[in-house]
Unconditional design. Structure first.
Lengths: 264, 103
């Protein structure tokens, strides 16, 4: 009996030590994948699409105004979501791209959103473009719009949605992302309404996922959260996802953007 | 889409006292599917790294390597402006290559 008690004690002591080691190993792994990330290949693909004449008007997206002026890419992603006067609403990157595709290229929203989430064999146009544009904000401070009434409205809606429990399982974003120390398998879940947790997340999305060799957009990330909560998935470029993106970006404001990231 | 874009960076590292080396990092677009997948076996078979036209690394790669692989090599010596060329050939005979000057 005493022997067993001693053994138990040993196990008890070694457990926290082991999880520390495991954490270190995970960090090492994360650093390795960040250094050898295929993100740059997606950037190249996105640049090609940005410059490619498409749609009935046969023009490229190069004149698209992402908020800092027509065709200005440097630092533009870090300033999104923001209010766009020409559209009368707050827009995130993907929504703005969709807007440019319809206004500049003359494409219908149905056609442009037919395939927004790709797979490993054929990534989508939005995925390529997100990689290219987000990368042009590397080193820029995250500073989404916060002054316009519509921007304030989007933030407030995003915050409310974050804590709003509903759906078949009565879950909210905060059910998983509202308390410290939670994880899904080996993934630590960030407490996304706290700036110190939101910063590294917003600073590294969109991202390449090593486990399935795909580049994922922010819209996909939110849609997948909704799917996991057993909600109906939100429409592409809907006010819901823009509001949540605004809430997260504003919470992370001030952080230096260093994406597109590389995730497990 | 096997012959998608490649990207390479080659930089001079180390010090004069401890010896300089050329650090090469190259990204390749390739599906790298195994025989068990429905796409069938399709993987990069050979990689050649050339320094100023002279082969310095010849590698045989199997299906065990991930999709869109990244390789990095440390080549002894070198100087700024050296021409580094990396090429690959896969098991279906497709190939691609990229060239850059050491920065």
């Amino acid at each position: 009996m005493r022997f067993f008690a001693g053994l138990l004690c040993l196990v008890w002591i070694s457990l926290p030590a082991l999880s520390q080691d495991a954490k270190k190993e995970i960090q090492k792994y994360q650093q390795m994948i960040a250094e050898g990330s295929p993100v740059e290949l997606f950037e190249l693909g996105g640049e090609e699409l940005w410059k490619k004449p498409q749609g009935p008007n046969q023009v490229s997206l190069e004149k698209c105004d992402l908020g800092l002026g027509a065709g200005v890419l440097k630092g533009a992603y870090a300033r999104l979501p923001r209010y766009f006067k020409d559209a009368g609403r707050v827009m995130d990157l993907e929504t703005r791209l969709l807007h440019c595709m319809s206004t500049l290229q003359g494409r219908s929203v149905e056609e442009a959103t037919k395939r927004v989430f790709g797979n490993e064999n054929q990534p989508s146009e939005m995925e390529y473009l997100s990689a290219f544009i987000a990368a042009r904000s590397r080193g820029a401070k995250i500073a989404p719009g916060t002054s316009h009434p519509k921007e304030k409205e989007a933030y407030a809606l995003g915050k409310a949605l974050f804590f709003h429990r509903t759906g078949g399982w009565d879950m909210s974003c905060a059910s998983c992302h509202g308390e410290e120390g939670k994880r899904i398998r080996m993934q630590d879940l960030p407490v996304l309404h706290k700036p110190e947790h939101a910063r590294p997340v917003v600073a590294t999305w969109p991202a390449y996922r090593v486990s399935n060799s795909q580049f994922k957009t922010m819209q996909w990330r939110l849609n997948d959260c909704y799917r996991q909560m057993r909600y109906p998935e939100p429409n592409y470029a809907s006010d819901t996802t823009i509001a949540l993106t605004t809430f997260l970006a504003v919470t992370a404001a001030g952080e230096t953007y260093r994406g597109p990231g590389t995730k497990r | 889409m096997a012959a998608g874009p490649m990207k390479m960076r080659a930089t001079l590292a180390g010090s004069n006292t401890a010896g300089v080396y050329t650090e090469v990092r190259v990204l390749m677009t390739h599906p790298m599917t195994t025989a068990q997948m429905k796409e069938g076996l399709h993987h990069i078979r050979n990689i050649v790294v050339k320094q100023n036209g002279k082969p310095v690394v010849e590698a045989e790669i199997s299906q065990a390597v991930s999709r869109n692989p990244v390789f990095s090599f440390r080549l002894k010596g070198g100087a700024k402006g050296d021409k580094i060329e990396v090429s690959w050939v896969d098991n279906k005979g497709e190939s691609n290559s990229i060239e850059t000057a050491v920065a």
